[in-house]
Design a binder for this molecule. Structure first.
Ligand code: PEP
Ligand code: MG
Length: 587
């Protein structure tokens, strides 16, 4: 007999929100589904044409998908699809496939699958999370091409019924991108990391996403109603009428909240007691730039320049491409400040650029950020040239990633001065008085911020990494994701210290990590003395709204009390009790 009890399954949240719907299990083309047959000599050219057509149709799919995504404003997704187009057109794979079809007289789908399988086998031992992500992208592109070669087996996101909750072992970035928000209510997978491209896309599209659920357990609930709670990272199968009513109420609230926030984007961010707070945007793609005005950004607080490499690898070594992108940022900021962070490569970002460096066992503790740039100065010099030229058009500041020692700042400044001299000698128009800031994301930098303050003009706290390096918790490892906790007392103490030293040395201090838009963390930041925030464009209105509900005097008192507490739980509970009531809708 069918089990109709209400069942709760706990997973991990990758994208917030609530979804109600019926399960839809995504089919995948397995290696065994790929037919293998011989091709007559005279038909080889036709077979190669079939392969080229499959590539062409795949490219068309991806371009159509991008057009939809641009309309939806899902910037991360657009850039990820660009990488898929590049993979699709990889000349090495294409020529290998064509050669092997000619040599072996085998059909395209079997040759293509064997080459990709070999390619994956060689890289399967890599444990780096971003590398594994590239692996997922390869699988995704492979499935798309096979879908055109064996159409009867193709996964078709377009024909997914309304009110579906997608269930899959793993979901590809392009299937997530193709998910139509009117049909796909939520996503549930068995594996997936919080830095996975699929998770980024789901967040950008506002689709709730929970991972860590054993999919085989769901098969028996094929036709049952399911709730995906992307806030708590859980699934509720066969919800009781009371549970359902409760969730419907939450959904209604969320919809009203979003509409209100969009309308309020032009309102400024002043605390109840009149303190002006600056809320700027984190930018990582051209599409982010188009959202600045819509969400009322006070400028750009962080350009993650390394993200532009997702769209185009040539960006790394092209002064021209970089100059035009930085100029575009400056133009879109329309006179407001633009903080350009130089490439933060290494760690979990672009390990496939490893040809520049040694293979590392601990990449997060390795040649990342400023260390990578000081080792690869040709890259740094090109980037400085592009920034110095673009800076004549606006209020530009340069931010240095992963600073852990003042010598890095001194060395970088020396390189910058030399680049300036060279450009002046070449009679290139540049801005010379460009402020230099340090990311505060390594404990040694925080503990020596008084020393650093003498050598730089501003600080920006990168809490994502500061939590990682302070608590020794890998930010990309889902197994320890609950330990990546910004409410930890050590974080409050570090922020307090930074605020104090910035005041003493008269340096601007901002926060650009994820806590800058974590509702319950905002009163703590204000209370500790943070008045500059930077977050993804679509959260700016929310941050401003929360600021308007807080009083600086009161939050300062709260921060003092929180600093006396011993554990993250105590701090979180203390803030939740007080502010869960002040802004319950964001809670
Ligand atoms: C951070 O570490 O908080 C930060 C903003 O930088 P990123 O997330 O790009 O490492
Ligand atoms: Mg960082």
């Amino acid at each position: 007999m069918k089990d109709e009890r209400e069942i709760h399954l706990q997973g991990i949240s990758l994208s917030k929100g609530i979804a109600l719907g019926i399960p839809y299990f995504l089919p995948v083309i397995q290696e065994d589904d790929v037919p293998e047959f011989s091709i007559a000599k005279g038909d080889i050219d036709n077979e190669i044409a079939r392969y080229r057509n499959a590539l062409l149709f795949s490219r068309k799919d991806l371009e159509t998908l991008q057009d939809h995504l641009i309309l939806e404003g899902s910037s991360e997704a657009v850039t990820i699809i660009d990488t898929h187009i590049q993979m699709l057109e990889d000349p090495i794979i294409t020529s290998q496939v064509e050669e092997k079809i000619r040599e072996s007289n085998q059909n395209t789908e079997s040759v293509f699958t064997s080459i990709i399988t070999e390619y994956k086998r060689r890289f399967s031992k890599d444990t780096d999370p971003i590398f594994r992500q590239r692996f997922a992208d390869v699988t995704d592109v492979t499935q798309r091409v096979l879908g055109h070669l064996i159409p009867e087996r193709k996964t078709n996101m377009v024909h997914i019924p309304e009110n579906s909750i997608i269930f899959s072992q793993e979901i590809s970035p392009s299937d997530t991108a193709a998910a139509q928000v009117d049909y796909v209510m939520g996503i549930v997978t068995e594996v997936g990391g919080s830095t996975s491209h699929a998770a980024l896309i789901a967040k950008a599209k506002g689709i709730p996403f929970v991972t860590g659920i054993e999919i085989s357990k769901i098969q028996e609930y094929q036709n049952c109603f399911i709730i995906v709670d992307g806030f708590k990272g859980k699934l509720i199968i066969n919800p009781r009428p009371e549970t359902l009513a409760e969730y419907k109420k939450i959904i209604k609230k969320l919809i009203t909240q979003e509409k209100r926030l969009e309308k309020e984007s032009k309102l400024c961010a002043k605390t109840i007691d009149g303190e002006k707070v600056h809320v700027l945007a984190n930018v990582g793609s051209a599409a982010d730039l188009d959202m600045l005005m819509k969400y009322g950004a006070g400028g750009i607080g962080l350009v993650r320049t390394e993200y532009f490499l997702l769209q185009n690898r040539n960006f790394l070594l092209s002064e021209k491409l970089q100059y035009s992108m930085y100029k575009r940022c400056i133009e879109k900021a329309a006179g407001l400040p633009v903080v350009i962070r130089i490439f933060d490569l290494g760690g979990d970002k672009f390990p496939d650029l490893v040809y520049y460096k040694e293979k590392e066992v601990n990449p997060f503790l390795g040649c990342r950020g400023i260390r990578f740039l000081l080792k690869n100065q040709e890259i740094l010099k090109i980037q400085f040239r592009a920034i110095l030229r673009a800076a004549v058009h606006g209020d530009v500041q340069i931010l240095l990633p992963l600073i852990s020692d003042v010598r890095e700042v001194l060395e970088t400044k020396k390189i910058l001065e030399n680049v300036k001299k060279e450009m002046i000698a070449e009679e290139v128009e540049i801005r010379e008085d460009i402020p230099i800031g340090c990311m505060m994301e390594v404990p040694s930098a925080v503990l020596t911020c008084d020393i650093l303050a003498k050598e730089c003009d501003f600080f920006s706290i990168g809490t994502n990494d500061l939590v990682q390096y302070t608590l020794a918790v890998d930010r990309a490892n889902p197994a320890v994701h609950n330990l990546h906790d910004p409410f930890h007392p050590s974080m409050l103490r570090m922020i307090q210290m930074l605020v104090h030293e910035s005041k003493v040395h008269n340096k601007k201090l901002s926060v650009c990590g994820e806590v800058a838009y974590k509702p319950l963390f905002i009163p703590l930041l204000l209370g500790l003395g943070i008045l500059h925030f930077s977050c993804p464009p679509r959260y700016i209105s929310l941050v401003k709204k929360i600021v308007r509900k807080c009083s600086l005097q009161e939050t300062s008192q709260d921060a003092k009390e929180a600093l006396q507490l011993s554990t993250s739980q105590q701090i979180y509970e203390f803030i939740r009790k007080k502010y869960g009531k002040v802004f319950p809708e964001e809670f």
